[in-house]
Design a binder for this molecule. Structure first.
Ligand code: HEM
Length: 486
C-alpha cells in the first residue's frame, strides 16, 4: 500500500485534486494549506543558475588506481593499485544558459569530485588542455564578450572577436575549438583535462608539477557544423539523453587517467612558463604516465538535487595535492566557493552531493541559512578544552619558493614565451582535410564581424601562428565578406 500524502509538516492531505472553495462555485479559501504550500513552493523551485557552465549533466561512479603513483604523491586515494574511490562527475557546456542546447561549439566542462577518506578532492577541468586567457582578471570580460549582449540580447560576433582581438593568447584555444574536436558528439566521447598545472608531493616531501589527462575509452567522436545543426534542430538535450540512457542500459562510460609529471627543479629553466594555461607541455618532454580508470555507473536519482546543486571548487585539495602558481588557477581558488555561497548558500557543503562520503567534516562553522546541527553539543570555538577537532600541523602541499617584487606583470619572464607558437604547431599537426575544416569554421564566424579593424587584428594573430594558416584564413574571410556585400 502506498504511503499517505502529507503536507511539508507531515499532516495528511485530504484532497490533492480540488482546491477548497466557499461554496461549489465560490472563491478559494486562504485556509487551504495544501494549495498555498504547493503554489508557494513552486514559486521557489528555481535557484540562480551557474554564471558559467549553467547547462550540464552528471553521474556517479568510481576511480580505481591501476598503476603505482605513490612515489609521486602521498594522496591517500592514489596510494595503492586497486584502491577505489567514489566520484561524482558533472559535464557542462560553458556559454549557454540552463535551458540551452547541448550540441554546440563550445568547450565542455569536466568537473570531478573524488569522495576520498581524507576529504573531497575536486578537479574542475575542461575537455580542452588549454584556455583562452592567462590572467583571472580578464575572466568576467571574456565571459561577457561570449554571452548575450546586454543591448541586443543575442550573442554578437563583434563582441566575441573583439575580445579575442585584444587577447592574442587565445589563438591556441581558438584553433582547438574550431578544429575537429570543437563539437563533441556526446559527453562520453571526449577527453577531460585538468588543464592547469597542479602540485603533487610525496611522503618524503618531494614535489612535482602535474597535469591530468582523462582519455575517453569510448573513442573520440565529434560533430561537424552540419551535423551539429541537425542535432540542434531535433534534440536540445542530446548530451543529457545520451549519458543518462547509456548508464541506464548498463553501458558505463570510462576514461583512463594519465599524468604528465615535471620535477619542480625543472620548471624555472623550462623553455616556456609551465604554469601558462594557454600552453600544453609537449609529450616528448613529459610523457603520459598511466594512473587509473574512471567509470560512471550510476545516474543521480534527482537531477536538481545532485547535478544542479553540486558545487566544485578548485581549492578543495587533499594532502599530497596542491595548487601551482598558475595565475588563472589562483583566481579560481577564490571564485568557485564564493559563487556557491551566493548560488546555494553558506551551508551548501552539507548537501548530500557535496558532503564528504568517506570521512566526515568536523569544524566550528555552525550557523547560516539552512544549517543543520552536525556537531551535537560540541563547542563552536577553537582551541578549546573540550577535546574538539584540532589541526594536524601537516601542510597539505609543499612550499613553493618565490622571489621578485609585487606588481601587475603582463608576461612571465621566460624566454620564447610567445602567444602563438603552440597555435601554429597545432595547425601544422592537422591533416589537409582538418586544416580546411578549421579554416572554414573560423572564417564562417569571423566573416560575421562588422568592423574591419576587429577582423584585421584577429587575422594578424593567425598569421603570427603560421603564415599559411593566416593567409588561407584571410582569403576565406575576404571571400565570405565579399559575398555578403554582393
Ligand atoms: C564553473 C569561474 C576558468 C572550468 C565556474 C563558476 C565560476 C567560474 C564562478 C560557477 C561555479 C558555481 O556556481 O558552482 C571561473 C573563473 C575562471 C574560470 C573566475 C578564470 C579565472 C575556468 C577554467 C576551467 C573552468 C580554466 C577549466 C580548466 C569550469 C567548470 C565549471 C566552472 C567545469 C562547472 C563546474 C560544475 O560543473 O559545477 N567557473 N572559471 N573554469 N568552471 Fe570556471
Amino acid at each position: 500500500m502506498s504511503k499517505i500524502l502529507t503536507t511539508e509538516s507531515g499532516a495528511p492531505v485530504a484532497d490533492n485534486q480540488n482546491s477548497a472553495s466557499a461554496g461549489e462555485y465560490g472563491p478559494l479559501l486562504i485556509q487551504d494549506q495544501q494549495l498555498l504550500e504547493k503554489l508557494a513552493r513552486f514559486n521557489r523551485e528555481r535557484i540562480p543558475e551557474r554564471v558559467v557552465h549553467a547547462r550540464g549533466s552528471g553521474a556517479y561512479g568510481y576511480f580505481e588506481v591501476t598503476d603505482e603513483v605513490s612515489q609521486f604523491t602521498r594522496a591517500n586515494f592514489l596510494a595503492e593499485v586497486g584502491r577505489r574511490t567514489e566520484v561524482f562527475l558533472r559535464f557542462s557546456t560553458v556559454a549557454g544558459n540552463l535551458g540551452s542546447s547541448d550540441a554546440v561549439r563550445d568547450p565542455r566542462g569536466f568537473a570531478l569530485k573524488f569522495y576520498t577518506a581524507e576529504g573531497n578532492y575536486d578537479l574542475v577541468g575542461n575537455n580542452t588542455p588549454v584556455f583562452f586567457i592567462k590572467d583571472p582578471i580578464k575572466f568576467p570580460d571574456f565571459i561577457h564578450s561570449q554571452k548575450r549582449d546586454p543591448f541586443t540580447g543575442v550573442q554578437e560576433a563583434d563582441n566575441v572577436w573583439d575580445f579575442w582581438a585584444h587577447s592574442p593568447a587565445s589563438t591556441h584555444q581558438i584553433t582547438w575549438l574550431f578544429g575537429d574536436r570543437g563539437i563533441p558528439a556526446s559527453y562520453r566521447h571526449m577527453n577531460g583535462y585538468g588543464s592547469h598545472t597542479y602540485q603533487w608531493v610525496n611522503e618524503a616531501g618531494e614535489a612535482f608539477w602535474v597535469k591530468y589527462h582523462f582519455k575517453t575509452n569510448q573513442g573520440i567522436r565529434s560533430l561537424d557544423g552540419d551535423q551539429s545543426a541537425e542535432v540542434l534542430g531535433s534534440d536540445a538535450d542530446s548530451h543529457q539523453r545520451d549519458l543518462h540512457q547509456a548508464i541506464e542500459r548498463g553501458v558505463f562510460p570510462s576514461w583512463t587517467l594519465y599524468v604528465q609529471l615535471m620535477p619542480v627543479a625543472e620548471a624555472a629553466d623550462y623553455r616556456f612558463n609551465p604554469f601558462d594555461l594557454t600552453k600544453v607541455w609537449p609529450h616528448a618532454d613529459y610523457p603520459l604516465q598511466k594512473v587509473g580508470r574512471l567509470v560512471l555507473n550510476k545516474n543521480p536519482e534527482n537531477v536538481f538535487a545532485d547535478v544542479e546543486q553540486s558545487a566544485f571548487s578548485p581549492n578543495n585539495f587533499v594532502p599530497g595535492i596542491g595548487p601551482s602558481p598558475d595565475k588563472m588557477l589562483q583566481g579560481r581558488l577564490f571564485a568557485y566557493a564564493d559563487a556557491q555561497r551566493y548560488r546555494l548558500g553558506v551551508n551548501h557543503t552539507l548537501l548530500a552531493v557535496n558532503a564528504p562520503k568517506a570521512t566526515e567534516a568536523n569544524n566550528y562553522g555552525r550557523d547560516g541559512l539552512s544549517a543543520v546541527n552536525k556537531s551535537g553539543r560540541g563547542k563552536n570555538y577553537e582551541p578549546n578544552s573540550y577535546d574538539g577537532p584540532a589541526q594536524t600541523d601537516n601542510a597539505l602541499a609543499a612550499p613553493v619558493a618565490l622571489n621578485g617584487w609585487t606588481g601587475t606583470y603582463t608576461t612571465p619572464a621566460h624566454t620564447k614565451d610567445d602567444d602563438f607558437f603552440q597555435a601554429g604547431e597545432l595547425y601544422r599537426l592537422m591533416s589537409a582535410g582538418e586544416k580546411t575544416r578549421l579554416i572554414n569554421n573560423i572564417a564562417g564566424f569571423l566573416a560575421q564581424v562588422t568592423r574591419d579593424d576587429i577582423v584585421e587584428k584577429n587575422l594578424a594573430h593567425f598569421h603570427a601562428a603560421d603564415e599559411e594558416y593566416g593567409a588561407r584564413l584571410e582569403a576565406a574571410v575576404a571571400k565570405l565578406r565579399a559575398g555578403d556585400e554582393g
